[in-house]
Design a protein. Structure first.
Length: 335
């Protein structure tokens, strides 16, 4: 068993998941604006530190994805942020892509950038304490999209990124996100997501990636947010499992789903059903941003000094998702 495989399994052990706290400064500013809190480095740190020192970090959160600003900050108790996360029993990670930009030759689609200088940045992040990384590719669904160009280009970038990350002894989270935006049916999402994931693994294998030392972060199979196609949560779970079973090589240790615009409860309920029906060998867990933080953020915005209350709400959400990652959640537990 490789060291990378050990890290991946530790992040996802016993129903634990990943807290995606890697919002860029621009995105975090939007989130803080939405609760009428000024977006200063101090306030961004205060909210994140409040979550990172909550008790659920030890019981429920196996890893935290950080942003470049955050991994270099010092906590109020003079701990470096990666040290604080490690002390809580979780593993620090880092987002390393520089965002999705317009794809040349297909201006309605995106390609994720950030490969230039990545080897040097990875070395710095490793010294700062990061043990895993994240890179997100995004794909739109319509009659024409995602195009073969977008699928190929983003798969190639994800593979090159993964090779550099493993070279630096860190675990790459591979995130090919087929977006919920649009009018597409769940079946169209299934077809396109399958195509995207299969191409990603073709490229990962070509680049000699140790598949036992990665975590896949895919979308669930859902109809578009403007679709007339309505399906049950059970169908979401079954289609998602069918897609992954046919697309993901057996060496991959685990899957940590993104929430992708689902509400907190939807993301938890769908994860729970995926685990109830899961007869694959893959661990099925979560890597949520908004679906872990949104309620805590709204509460915190009312009084940014009420850290205990904010942590209580975050702890509840983390516990619900860790139960869901074991197929043990029920609506009755949502108070």
């Amino acid at each position: 068993m490789s060291e990378l495989n050990n890290i991946a399994l530790k992040i996802l052990e016993k129903g634990k998941g990943v807290l995606a706290a890697d919002e860029s400064t621009a995105t975090m500013t939007k989130r803080l604006d939405s609760v009428n809190v000024q977006s200063t480095p101090q306030n961004r740190l205060l909210f994140r530190e409040t979550l990172f020192s909550a008790s659920s970090m030890t019981d429920c959160i196996g890893g935290v994805i950080l942003f470049d600003e955050t991994i270099k900050q010092i906590s109020s108790k003079k701990n470096k942020i990666p040290e604080l996360i490690s002390k809580m029993g979780s593993i620090p990670g880092i987002k390393v892509d520089t965002g999705a930009k317009v794809l040349a030759s297909s201006p309605d689609e995106k390609i994720t950038e950030g490969l230039d200088g990545l080897r040097e940045r990875l070395s710095e992040y490793y010294k700062l304490g990061a043990k895993f990384t994240k890179w997100r590719g995004v794909y739109s669904i319509s009659k024409e999209y995602p195009s073969k160009l977008s699928i190929q280009a983003n798969a190639h970038a994800l593979a090159r990124y993964s090779a550099l990350v493993q070279e630096c002894n860190m675990v790459p989270i591979v995130e090919p996100e087929v977006l919920m935006d649009g009018e597409h049916s769940a079946n169209e999402c299934y077809q396109k997501t399958s195509e995207v994931i299969k191409k990603c693994f073709e490229e990962l294998i070509l680049h000699k990636i140790d598949l036992s030392g990665i975590i896949l972060k895919p979308n669930m199979i859902l109809p578009g947010n403007k679709s007339k196609d309505k399906i049950s949560n059970e169908e979401v779970a079954k289609l998602t499992l069918k897609c992954l079973e046919s697309s993901v090589p057996s060496e991959v240790p685990g899957v940590a789903f993104l929430s992708g615009g689902q509400s907190e409860i939807e993301a938890t309920e769908n994860l729970n059903l995926i685990n109830k029906y899961n007869n694959t060998k893959f661990i099925m867990s979560y890597s949520y941003g908004r679906a872990l933080q949104q309620s805590a953020l709204k509460f915190w915005g009312q009084n940014i000094q009420n850290l205990d209350g904010t942590q209580k709400i975050f702890n509840h959400r983390a516990k619900m998702n860790t139960l869901a990652a074991q197929g043990k959640w029920s609506k009755d537990l949502e108070v």
